[in-house]
Write a protein that binds this ligand. Sequence first.
Ligand code: FAD
Length: 558
Amino acid sequence: MKTATINDKLSLSDQLLISDIADLASSGVKTIICNRPDGEDSDQLTFTEIQAAAAQHGIIAIHQAITPGQISGEQVDAFRQAVDAADGKVHAYCRTGTRSITLWSLSEAKTGVPAATLIERAESVGYDLSGMAEKFAAANPDAPRSPTPKEYDVVIVGGGAGGISVASSLLKRTQDLSIAIVDPAEVHYYQPGWTMVGGGVFTQEQTVKSMSSLIPSGVVWIKEAVATFAPASNQVTLEDASVLQYRQLVVAPGLKLNWGAVEGLTETLGHNGVTSNYRYDLAPYTWKLVQGLKSGKAIFTQPPMPIKCAGAPQKAMYLSSDHWLKSQVLGNIDVEFCNAGAVLFGVQEYVPALMEYVKKYDATLSFNHNLVKIDGPSKTAWFEVKDAEGNTQVVEKTFDMIHVCPPQCAPDFVAQSELADANGWVDVDQTTLQHKRFNNVWSLGDVQNAPNAKTAAAARVQAPIVANNLLHELGRENWVAHYNGYGSCPLTVERGKIVLAEFGYGGKLLPSFPSWVLNGRKPTRLAWWLKEIILPPIYWKAMLRGREWMVTPVHEKG
Ligand code: FAD
């Protein structure tokens, strides 16, 4: 928790953890105000969880959720009233604390405190509210007017696998553009490593680095979240209501893990044998459960497509089963793969090799089984099951351990924007990755709607293509690069062997190596070595730094 003390009564911080509540109680806090809607981040504790923990310390919790960038006058008044009415100290929080300090500062502006004083005060406790000067002025007509929006040649939304890589690929080609990456996260995750954490191969720490260490030098990092897009006026609005003006926009905020879509899931994740490699903090729990299970029922779930790394749900099953087999307990464990889809893997060529392992581990494949509800304490899960005629019924299953892959969708702020297609994803041309209606908007990674496999491997190929094509749009490149839909999924079928699926649009196989070097349709040690030893440094040291090893775009005349 990064706390800022505002005055004797009010403090604020970024997202609280359960362990922070005791500290707040001992510092005399009697009221907690949560300014964050539930479900913004995949690892975010819900308000209900915070409220329950606060109650144990006699602290009242109030939910005043603020949609990023959309603070109303009523919300400012409600916040001020809650603080003023509270007995004892008050602690407010949101994702970074920005929404809470913004609410407070706006309420102060209404009482006549000048914008410059508010901005200075916020700065003294670590918050940059300089973009709010205009709003403060609007709340207090005597305050001075503010500067115009900050302008950049390129604004990149999201500093994940796609966002950082595209910034580096732009810098590799030209140094004279002003580039900003907007991302509120302190850290950047190597998510492909989480399967290995869940399988006891990597430590959690191997999959994370500070965001500041990865932002390329020469790029401005704006540590805020984007709230809304205004593509007609080439602007984005941030959570603190400040506005950025761009010439070119790259949209790469990833996708939303929709844990809340499965009833009861958020309440029990991380307890009662319920785990998921789709969260940094939970992947070690998978490994702990796997090591502890000696008999009983283990379920692995897969939601409807699209999901990122479509192989990850079954990778968890294979690595767990391999451990149980090697520790001679697999005979006592009933393994079941409950898949909302109708096939084991979308590209048929890889299925025979995978089926060998399904047989080896004696796993039951239950297709058209969609997890809809879970109850941790009674270790029960409910699945909507579709039959061949399309009739559905709900089937109940008990478990000792369950690995859940959550339903996935576009982030709300993207889905609600003009950039979205009917399903919420950024609507791009699948060959150029240019937006279909706004020529100066580009998208890559998980958030866009090209029908490729949503993987970091895909983003690695897409980044130099977007960089090239964006510069072509600015008249600085003569060629338009085309994306063939490449994506890759290293299926960890046992510890030490991988079936390396590499394919493009339409399931066309796109192997990186000739089959005499590495046959992706067979389990190989070489592919495991690539995943364990070679790919992490390729990610951190090549992809994120603009070294386009094996992914330099093939140019065609534009
Ligand atoms: P991300 O890397 O998720 O980054 C999105 C960034 O956007 C984040 O930094 C976030 O903070 C930021 N952001 C979010 N909202 C906002 C906002 N409002 N404003 C500004 N910034 C915002 N891929 C492979 O290639 N191989 C694998 O083996 C593999 N295995 C996987 C296993 C698991 C368990 C998981 C979870 C993923 C796996 N992947 C794998 C998939 C891969 O990690 C993703 O496809 C990849 O990270 C997508 O990159 P991205 O840039 O689109 O999104």
